[in-house]
Design a protein around this ligand. Structure first.
Ligand SMILES: NC(=O)c1ccc[n+]([C@@H]2O[C@H](COP(=O)([O-])OP(=O)(O)OC[C@H]3O[C@@H](n4cnc5c(N)ncnc54)[C@H](OP(=O)(O)O)[C@@H]3O)[C@@H](O)[C@H]2O)c1
Length: 332
């Protein structure tokens, strides 16, 4: 860590997200430095403008100046680099989906705990002030107890050759975008909530991954009981919806950008006891907030981070969805 308390970050991977967005978000962060970047192509690592560029991820994690790493590799490579980075004594922020199943999620967090280091899944939407306000509204029962949920995240246009179409690299719409509506709901309900997937349909459209995944589930805890549905797709028009109904009202996130509001004003509409009102949120960069909050936590200055149980819960639902899609496909 620098004398000013800035956290030195190392970027593992310089793909589309890192080069297009997150490196700049880290450069903009007030308490963090993009100290190192590593990519298979050193020139691409250099393009993130770090203080030092490496042509190997291994060299980066062995750099004693690096306090924390941010992993933005294809999904199947997350777990091995989480474990190696923790073993090298680095805090880890890993892109979503952090790992590929619930068992590995538990393993990864247990390893971080053993090492006394932070491990955080980079579900950037959770740092948006609108997501924080949603949690507040649900915790004060602003719409009564939740009863029905619909979350969709769809788009069209994954390029041929992209890892998202490769089942061996953790491709597929559920892993890529379906986890956003799941995280959004899981963040609102308590840890003791039980989720049971009742139906899932996986449409491959001549590819080897789920191009569209639709799933329905029930949720229940001592305070609420209801049902939910998600749609995730690489083959539908771009759309992101969030609707949560409760016993006494409803919350929606208007604007068709429920999970990726970035540097633009956003809104939340709530109907409670028959009265509808809209709250407006100033434009923010949630990636920057994510880096700043994790850096604050590393420096001992507070910082909000999602709880590990949320990632475990989402991974358990994802496991159930894949299992249910197989069962449903085998039905006559
Ligand atoms: N939070 C968000 O908004 C958001 C948005 C997009 C993606 N993501 C997540 O970020 C991660 C990367 O996504 P992306 O869109 O940046 O992907 P991408 O452009 O395809 O980049 C893939 C990354 O994987 C690395 N890689 C290592 N071995 C590879 C191999 N054998 N084949 C292909 N790539 C390999 C590349 O490393 P080198 O740089 O070393 O070549 C590159 O950094 C994924 O986990 C994704 O879910 C999150």
């Amino acid at each position: 860590m620098t004398e000013q308390g800035n956290v030195n970050w190392g970027f593992i991977g310089a793909g589309g997200l890192a080069t297009g967005t997150t490196a700049q978000s880290l450069h903009n962060a007030k308490n963090a430095t993009l100290y190192a970047a590593a990519a298979r192509d050193k020139g691409r690592a250099q393009s993130l403008s770090p203080k030092i560029a490496y042509d190997s991820y291994e060299k980066l994690i062995q750099d004693p100046q690096v306090d924390a790493v941010y992993i933005s590799l294809n999904n199947d490579a997350h777990l091995p680099w989480i474990i190696k980075s923790l073993d090298a004594g680095k805090h880890v922020l890993c892109e979503k989906p952090m790992v590929m199943n619930a068992g590995d999620t538990v393993t990864a967090y247990a390893h971080a705990q053993d090492k006394g280091l932070l491990l955080v899944e980079a579900v950037w939407s959770l740092w948006h002030p609108r997501a924080q306000r949603l949690k507040e509204l649900i915790s004060i029962n602003a719409i009564g107890s939740p009863t029905n949920y619909l979350g969709t995240f769809t788009f069209d246009g994954v390029s041929p050759g992209n890892y998202r179409l490769d089942p061996t690299k953790g491709g597929g719409a559920l892993y890529d975008v379906g986890i956003y509506p799941l995280h959004a709901l899981v963040a609102l309900l308590t840890e003791d909530t039980n989720y049971t997937v009742t139906m899932a349909h996986d449409e491959k459209l001549n590819e080897q991954v789920d191009m569209t995944m639709k799933a329905q589930f029930n949720f229940e805890n001592p305070q609420c009981k209801g049902s939910g549905a998600i749609v995730a797709s690489f083959a539908m028009h771009p759309s992101q919806r969030f609707v949560l109904k409760g016993s006494e009202g409803e919350i929606t996130l208007p604007g068709d950008q429920a999970f990726t509001s970035y540097n633009q004003e956003s809104e939340l509409t709530i109907t409670a006891n028959g009265v509808t009102s809209t709250e407006t949120f100033v434009a923010v960069d949630p990636y920057q907030l994510m880096f700043e909050n994790m850096s604050d936590r590393i420096s001992g200055n507070g910082g909000w981070l999602p709880n590990p149980w949320q990632s475990v819960q989402v991974a358990k639902i994802v496991d159930q969805v894949f299992k249910s899609a197989l069962v449903c496909a085998e039905r006559p």
